[in-house]
Write a protein that binds this ligand. Sequence first.
Ligand code: FAD
Ligand code: HEM
Length: 370
Amino acid sequence: MGDLGRMLKESWSLVEEHQDKVAGYFYARLFLSNPALRDLFPVHMDVQRSRLLDAVVRAVQTLEDPEKFDEYLRALGRDHRKFHVEPEHYEVVGGALIEAMRQYAGEQWSVEYDQAWADAYATIASKMLSGAEADTNPPYWYAEVVAHERRAKDIAVFTVQPMQPLEFRAGQYLSVECPRIQPRLWRTYSVANAPRRDNTLEFHVRAVGAGWVSSALVRRLEVGDMVRLAAPMGTMNLDRRSTRDTVFIAGGTGLAPIKSLLEELTRYNRTRWVHLFFGARNREDLYDLAELNRLAARYPWLSVVTSCSDDPTFPGEQGDISEVVARYGPWSEHDFFVSGSGPMVKATLKTLAELQVPSIRIKYDSFTDF
Ligand SMILES: Cc1cc2nc3c(=O)[nH]c(=O)nc-3n(C[C@H](O)[C@H](O)[C@H](O)COP(=O)(O)OP(=O)(O)OC[C@H]3O[C@@H](n4cnc5c(N)ncnc54)[C@H](O)[C@@H]3O)c2cc1C
Ligand code: HEM
């Protein structure tokens, strides 16, 4: 770790145990110095503390070498246009952040710490700003919900029709917000179809525990609602030049981006064998099985293996999908795509490492932190 990185970590450790107070001070400072900024943030900041402070602190500390994260930061800056963030806001946020830390660090805070945070923040902000400036897309697209189907207690599949064309690549995800139900709360969801001529996009959403947005999208979204969509992101794409057979491994609604890639393959694939492993806790959560079986019947190159980890009478495989994959194979010459919750992705990557699959052949999207 370089000097700058050490200094950032050292100084954060001075305030870390007062995180809530730092956050309180940061937002108070931010909204006092620029009251109009309050409108950019979620309504219930008291209940769901805004994600901004955590995100900035994490970014400043982990992106020690911003050059390495150039594309990520440019994309983050482009994405911030959906929040109505303007260039002049960056300075206000940076200033409030440093002031909040200074306030709670006490006497141990130093001018060097001040400078370290200011420098790191400025480098990151300038990359985000240049990404935002170079973007020719609208900051977001409006789209109308044209179909909404509950496929399981906690799972819905819905389709939206964007008002203007929205280009994306199979396997990508984008942020979604529903102004009627949860204004200014954006969450990322994978598009579950390959690009279509009619521009519609399908999403597979699972309501998780105390989650704010997903449960609203599953239980309260209706046909006719308008949602906003931000620019597509993500690099879990198919390499058309690859001639390798392919293994898709999906847990729950992690099926969404896999389905998108599969749909793309149905348009041109003649030569690659494709194995899809789809796992869930119980059979109800294998919410798209009918469609997968239909695809497998139509495309001889596709095989589908299903598994339940918590449904002892399920007639398919039993166990976590990460373990089930290892019962098949050999997999040494395949391309892999993995998608699902953090623990599911982590367990699957571990299995693949044990099977000696080179990491360069694996692409994955994790829905939550590991
Ligand atoms: C690249 C990417 C693509 C994604 N694609 C999809 C998709 O296609 N379909 C889909 O359903 N979701 C997808 N997600 C997850 C989605 O963005 C949300 O994080 C998730 O649905 C929870 O949002 P929420 O507003 O309901 O919960 P939040 O309000 O964000 O979280 C509330 C609480 O629930 C916890 N929590 C969040 N997620 C989970 C979880 N999965 N299991 C258990 N606890 C959780 C949080 O830690 C928090 O304590 C994707 C995430 C990423 C990063
Ligand atoms: C170094 C500069 C910054 C970094 C690294 C950064 C990073 C992030 C990240 C990673 C998120 C979470 C994204 C998500 O959940 O979709 C976020 C959310 C957000 N950011 Fe930034 N950001 C920066 C500057 C700013 C500025 C200047 C503003 C303007 C006020 C801003 C406003 C927001 C808002 C409104 C949210 C959503 C908050 C929420 O949902 O609770 N950000 N930021």
